[in-house]
Ligand binder design. Structure first.
Ligand SMILES: Cc1cc2nc3c(=O)[nH]c(=O)nc-3n(C[C@H](O)[C@H](O)[C@H](O)COP(=O)(O)OP(=O)(O)OC[C@H]3O[C@@H](n4cnc5c(N)ncnc54)[C@H](O)[C@@H]3O)c2cc1C
Length: 392
């Protein structure tokens, strides 16, 4: 795709520095050469190959923000943010971004933040090396937005816990080697009685019951899991008992920011593809981009992209600085996920009939973007968080 003046060729924006842009270029090159040519095949097959994790690990992408002592790159949240933005765009293949992103963005961060040294060795080191794939299991068939109502139970026994229950919509759920799993450790409901256990796929009673079919993200696996008397040793308790809600909340901020950055990457891709197309496609003896209606639509797309970028980068600057960014992250997530759907829809419209065809990729962009206003906390929940934050 050609780089068009005033789009794509953007100035360096804080908090990013030249070293981050070098990483961005490296990831883009990898995506273009090792992901884009195979995307259609992986989407058809409903799975990208397991080896993509190995390759990402080999290039250091699975451990960007983790210390070298654990096999990571010794970077920080900013390096991981570049990865999120670029991999979510991934030549507009949400499934690849989702699978790799769930591993690096939501499954491993709690192990790093709340895990013991022993847990770092057992789960984080192999996750960084790509030899173990991780997933995060919070959602259940009867509990999504209302996290506090989860019912998967972990009963305390001598030396560990016995887990019974189920999880659904789990990204990487089918092939994950370990699941960072929210469980209820007190008989009372509510926020107080939630803990996290790391469940391992080879534990007896741990079963993948279904690989779910979905609107988009076709090359990522989304699993439904059931646990029947799964014996989990004490060493697999992540963080304190009954302190799981803290883990959920700390993870959500990061996940939502990564989703915002991902949407920015996706909108950027859609805009560039659409400008290229609008310049080339002829109708009534001129390029369609010269019609005011199309030009204005493109202007609207670019405005949403830049507004989304500004919100997301502002939230990132706060988080990277160690400050509370609840309001900023929530607003960024709310705005960017809806904007990404609208931008992808405009991209399809400007591509006309070709936009509805698989080969033009904007079709996939629209399907993939639709998850954004639902996953990682819905639009309605984002509005609740923002509204309540004003004391309403
Ligand atoms: C492809 C995919 C991948 C996912 N990956 C993961 C994963 O890896 N791990 C994981 O744990 N989860 C995952 N999820 C789950 C996702 O986070 C939930 O789907 C999401 O949080 C919404 O929960 P729900 O689907 O149960 O909807 P519900 O909570 O049942 O909501 C249904 C509707 O009611 C609205 N609603 C609910 N409560 C309120 C309220 N208080 N005020 C106003 N409206 C309200 C919601 O906004 C929504 O519109 C994934 C989901 C999908 C689709």
């Amino acid at each position: 795709m050609s780089v068009v003046k005033d789009s794509g060729a953007r100035a360096l924006q804080p908090p990013f520095e030249p070293e981050h842009e070098e990483l961005r270029e490296t990831i883009r090159r990898w995506v273009e050469t090792e992901i884009v040519p195979f995307q259609d095949e992986w989407e058809e097959r409903r799975e990208f190959p397991r080896e993509l994790f190995d390759r990402a690990a080999e290039l250091g992408f699975l451990g960007l923000k983790y210390p070298e002592s654990l096999g990571g790159q010794g970077g920080d949240q900013l390096h991981d943010s570049v990865w999120a933005e670029e991999i979510a765009a991934a030549g507009m293949c949400g499934g690849v971004g989702a699978g790799l992103g769930a591993h690096t963005g939501i499954a491993t961060p709690p192990v790093w933040t709340f895990g013991t040294e022993e847990q770092h060795e057992r789960f984080l080191r192999p996750a960084i090396a790509g030899t173990k794939i991780g997933a995060l299991g919070i959602t259940e068939p009867g509990a999504g937005s209302d996290v506090a109502s989860i019912r998967t139970r972990a009963d305390k026994v001598d030396g560990g816990y016995v887990v019974n229950g189920s999880k659904t919509f789990i990204t990487n759920g089918v092939r994950a080697d370990f699941l960072v799993c929210a469980v209820r450790t007190t008989p009372e409901g509510g926020h107080g009685g939630i803990s996290f256990l790391i469940l391992e796929r080879d534990m007896p009673g741990y079963e993948v019951t279904r690989k779910l079919e979905k609107l988009g993200w076709h090359s990522s696996d989304t699993g439904e899991l059931a646990f029947t008397d799964v014996e989990v040793p004490d060493e697999n308790l992540l963080g304190g008992e009954n302190e799981g809600f803290k883990l959920i909340m700390s993870n959500f901020q990061w996940e939502r920011l990564l989703m915002s950055l991902g949407a920015v990457g996706g909108m950027d891709w859609c805009l560039r593809a659409t400008i290229d197309y609008a310049l080339e496609r002829q109708a009534f003896g001129r390029s369609i981009g010269s019609f005011q209606a199309i030009r204005h639509k493109v202007a609207g797309m670019a405005t949403k992209l830049e507004a989304g970028r500004a919100l997301s980068y502002a939230a990132l600057r706060l988080l990277a600085d160690g400050q509370d960014a609840l309001r900023e992250v929530t607003a960024a997530k709310l705005f960017t996920q809806r904007a990404a759907v609208e931008v992808a829809d405009d991209a399809v419209q400007i591509h006309g009939g070709y936009g509805y065809m698989r080969e033009y990729r904007v079709e996939r962009a629209l399907r993939d973007a639709r998850l954004g206003p639902i996953g990682g906390g819905t639009d309605e929940i984002m509005k609740e968080i923002l509204g309540r934050g004003f004391g309403l």
